[in-house]
Structure formats: structure tokens, C-alpha cells
Design a protein around this ligand. Structure first.
Ligand SMILES: Cc1ncc(COP(=O)(O)O)c(C=O)c1O
Length: 483
């Protein structure tokens, strides 16, 4: 790129004139993302201005989202104005529990705040505030801060090998808002929404809050029962089928590729959207499990994917994203606008820096290692249950074990006794909504290893086992006393 012939005028600060000229040059040449701006000293010398003026111009471009300062290697171009305008244009359409501190918590599915990357994130926030000043507090584009949308694309490419365009990505204030936006955009009173059974209750509640009739489809070990889904879609013509294809909440089940393909075919035939909720697909503890359960749904024209970072980073950030087909952008942007206009700009910018600086990757590795240790420990501890007719699925990933108990050990009774002794887990019935009960509840419970310390797991599971034995012993005594 050529900047040597710039004629500065006396009316405007030189750094602003330089920044505008560079911006125009970037638009004219349209260099590929990643190309470098000239070194500061070299450009200052060529233009006969101070190094400091060039630095201010580069910082101005960075604040506007055209370039990014890469530590130790200068400024890289991110995009040109056309791309920014395209994004701007699309935007113009326009638990509180009774848990006690000392309890062993197999109920919570969010990480322990002690592992939150507070110091690094503080540095990201400071970086944004120093760099962007008041601009960090402007309204953001409804689809999200453009550099963050790009960082998320880079993330998906690196983590999952998926190529997406930033215009397919919508930053949302957590996956829960993603569900709400989809409901606002697509659901009218009396519409049918299908979910897995059991499912994440927070989703069923959102659909129901829009007046939808929510119906559950039975879940097997490798995904929903296809024949049942086929039946339901033919009869009910649902708007949406909501699923979690990887390490489902609560059962940890993963779909086979074959089942996902069958569901995609049905979605095409009966014109419903598959809404995939993905908060755990990164938590793979065994390569084979990863190969078996590829990310088949991402980017498909019949699928809207919701991605949460609450389990991987910090739930209170309230930053997640949606991936939606181009055709659906207007509806989703309208829903976002009427909900909260845009997600917080300061946090989006800080998360962008967190990704670009590579900190997210090291954090993810640390989280995987922590969760893996808990997974192995809980799996070993649960193995002792097997002698009592208690079984569990092992999906080699995610955050949960879905444990089935025999009828002689009613889960509601077990839960009450365990809670009295300071061990918490969630009874399976909490994951069934009224529209899914007719096929019967299972006597099961979700044990999460997200929030516990590794050393608490064995103790906690041993306490659950004592309660199981107590119940069985009482049942035996009762049956002796029968005439
Ligand atoms: C399956 C599922 N979807 C969505 C959410 C909400 O996530 P977020 O914190 O990103 O709103 C949760 C939270 O536990 C969840 O388990």
C-alpha cells in the first residue's frame, strides 16, 4: 500500500488525516486480512512526521476495527469498509438455590468461580478502555461487534474446522437469550415445538412462554428415537425441533452421524428448523468420541446453532452467539433489537481481545484438563454403584453422568436423604416438561462434575451410596414385616 504522497491540511489533526487516508487505501486495495501496515518508524520517516502521530493513527484504526495490534509484530489489517458496511446494513433492521456453602455440589453445571480467569480478563478490559475510551460504551451493532464476529469465525475454524462468514454469526447475551430470540422470531401461540425428552428445562420454558405447545421426543442412548420424531413431525408440523447433539443436558448423550443426517432430512422435508444448543462440544475426553460425534449441524441451512461460553469461560459474562442461515438474519436482528438492542460493547470488545491474544485457548486447555480429572474420578466412583443395579451412560465428554436407579431406590427419596447430609444432585424429573410426561418418567438423576473439587467427588459419591444402602435396607425390613 502507498501512503507516501499524503498532503496534510492544517485544519484537522494529522493523525486523523493519516488514519482516514490509510482507511481509504485499505478500501481501494482490499488487502487480505492479516496483511501488515508499514512499520511505524518507516512510515513516519517517509511522511516526515513523528512516530507518535503514526502510532495515534494506527490506534484510531484499531479502535474502529480496521486493524489489530499483534504483540511484537506490528499492526495487521482485519477488514475493509465494504465488509463493515455490509454488517452495519444488516444491523439497521433495526437461580437462586438453597445450597449451603459446605455442600458437595453435583447439581451445578457451571464452573467454580475460583477457576475464572479474573486477572487476564481484567487486563483485556483495561486494554479496551485504554484503546477505545468512550467508544467502548457506545451502542454496538445488533449482530455484534464486528471484530468479535470475526474472532468467533476464527475460533470455529480452528476448533472445529468449520468455515463460516462473520455475517452468519450473531453475538447474544448468553445462550438463554439466543433461545429467547429464536422464540420471538419464529414462535406464535399454539405452534408446536419438539424437544428431546428429557431436556434442558430453561429452553422448554422459553418456548412455552411464547405460547408454544412443547412436546418431548424420547431420547435413546445415541439420540432421539427417529421413528417417534418422524411420527410427530408428520402429525404436528412443528416450527422447531430443539436438540443438543453433543453431551446433552441432562443425559450426556451424543448423536450418531447417521441419526443427525436422518433428522436433517426430516427438517428439509417438513420445513422445520433444528435449533441446536451447544455448550459442551469442546469437552471431549477421548478422541474416538470426537470422531463419532462430528459437528454435522453447524452452518447447515436448516439449522440455527446456539453457542454458550458459560461452561468454558464465565457464565456472568453473558456473551454467547448464534449461527443462522443468511435468510434468517433479518428476523433474528429484529428480535435482538427489541430485546436489548445489542449485547454490552465493553464485554464484547474484551472477549474479542481475549480470543485474539490466544488467552482463550490456554484457558480452554486448563478447563478441559480440570474437567477431565473430575470426569475420570466420578466415573471410577460411580462404578461401585453397578453392583446395586444402578447404571450410567459414559459419553466420554461433557459434564454429566445420567444415573439410572432401580425402582427400589426412588430418586426423590434418595435426593432428600442426600441433601440432608450435604450432597446435592438433580432429580431426573426436573428435566421433563408436562408435554413429555405421558411416556413416563425415568427413575434417574443428573450428576454434574462441573462445580466440585476433584477430592470431593469420592466422598460425595460414597455418601450417596450410603443413602442408597439405607433405603434398600429399610425396604428389606419393610418386606420382612409384611404378613
Ligand atoms: C443446555 C443449555 N442451554 C443454555 C443454557 C444457558 O446458557 P447461557 O449461560 O449461555 O445463557 C444452559 C445453562 O445451563 C444450558 O445448560
Amino acid at each position: 500500500m502507498e501512503f507516501v504522497s499524503i498532503q496534510f491540511n492544517a485544519d484537522e489533526p494529522i493523525y486523523l488525516q493519516l488514519s482516514q487516508q490509510i482507511q481509504m487505501e485499505i478500501d481501494r486495495v482490499k488487502p487480505p486480512p492479516g496483511e501488515k501496515l508499514p512499520p511505524i518508524r518507516k512510515l513516519a520517516l517517509a511522511l516526515g512526521i513523528n512516530n507518535g502521530t503514526v502510532v495515534r493513527a494506527y490506534k484510531d484504526l484499531e479502535r474502529k476495527g480496521f486493524v489489530y495490534a499483534k504483540k511484537g509484530s506490528g499492526y495487521e489489517i482485519i477488514r475493509h469498509t465494504d465488509a463493515i458496511e455490509a454488517l452495519r446494513f444488516s444491523v439497521n433492521h433495526k437461580v437462586v438455590s438453597n445450597l449451603k456453602h459446605q455442600d458437595i455440589n453435583f447439581a451445578s453445571a457451571t464452573p467454580d468461580p475460583k477457576v475464572f480467569p479474573v486477572e487476564t480478563f481484567k487486563a483485556c478490559l483495561n486494554h479496551v478502555l485504554d484503546r477505545d475510551q468512550g467508544y467502548a460504551f457506545e451502542y454496538q451493532e445488533g449482530g455484534g461487534y464486528p471484530p468479535l464476529r470475526e474472532s468467533l469465525c476464527t475460533y470455529l475454524k480452528k476448533e472445529k474446522g468449520i468455515d463460516l462468514n462473520p455475517s452468519q454469526i450473531f453475538v447474544v447475551s448468553g445462550a438463554q437469550q439466543g433461545l429467547d430470540l429464536i422464540s420471538k422470531a419464529y414462535i406464535h401461540p399454539e405452534d408446536i415445538v419438539l424437544t428431546e425428552m428429557p431436556t434442558y428445562p430453561g429452553a422448554a420454558h422459553v418456548f412455552a412462554s411464547r405460547g408454544a405447545k412443547v412436546i418431548g421426543v424420547s431420547l435413546e442412548q445415541d439420540g432421539i428415537k427417529i421413528s417417534e420424531l418422524e411420527n410427530y413431525v408428520a402429525i404436528h408440523r412443528p416450527k422447531i425441533f430443539y436438540l443438543m447433539s453433543r453431551y446433552q443436558n441432562p443425559t450426556a448423550c451424543c448423536y450418531t452421524r447417521q441419526k443427525l443426517k436422518q433428522i436433517l432430512k426430516l427438517a428439509e422435508k417438513y420445513h422445520f428448523f433444528i435449533v441446536e444448543d451447544d455448550s459442551l462440544s469442546e469437552l471431549v475426553y477421548d478422541k474416538k468420541s470426537q470422531e463419532e460425534t462430528a459437528d454435522l449441524l453447524y452452518g447447515h441451512s436448516q439449522v440455527i446453532t446456539i453457542k454458550s461460553f458459560s461452561k468454558l469461560l464465565m457464565p456472568g459474562l453473558r456473551i454467547g452467539f448464534l449461527i443462522a442461515p443468511e435468510t434468517e438474519q433479518t428476523l433474528i436482528l429484529q428480535a435482538k433489537y427489541v430485546s436489548d438492542i445489542s449485547s454490552a460493547g465493553l464485554l464484547q470488545r474484551a472477549v474479542d481481545i481475549y480470543f485474539r491474544s490466544g488467552q482463550f485457548w490456554s484457558h480452554l486447555e486448563m478447563m478441559r484438563a480440570n474437567y477431565f480429572e473430575n470426569y475420570v474420578t466420578m466415573k471410577q466412583a460411580l462404578t461401585i454403584f453397578k453392583q446395586k443395579g444402578i447404571s450410567f451412560n459414559d459419553s466420554r465428554g461433557g459434564l454429566f453422568f445420567w444415573v439410572h436407579f432401580p425402582d427400589t431406590v426412588p430418586v426423590y427419596e434418595l435426593q432428600k436423604r442426600c441433601a440432608a447430609q450435604g450432597v446435592r444432585f438433580i432429580s431426573g424429573h426436573r428435566f421433563y416438561h408436562p408435554g413429555s410426561m405421558k411416556n413416563g418418567l425415568v427413575n434417574a438423576a443428573r450428576f454434574s462434575f462441573a462445580a466440585v473439587q476433584t477430592q470431593e467427588i469420592e466422598t460425595g459419591i460414597a455418601m450417596v451410596q450410603n443413602c442408597v444402602e439405607e433405603i434398600l435396607e429399610e425396604r428389606r425390613k419393610e418386606s420382612y414385616q409384611l404378613p
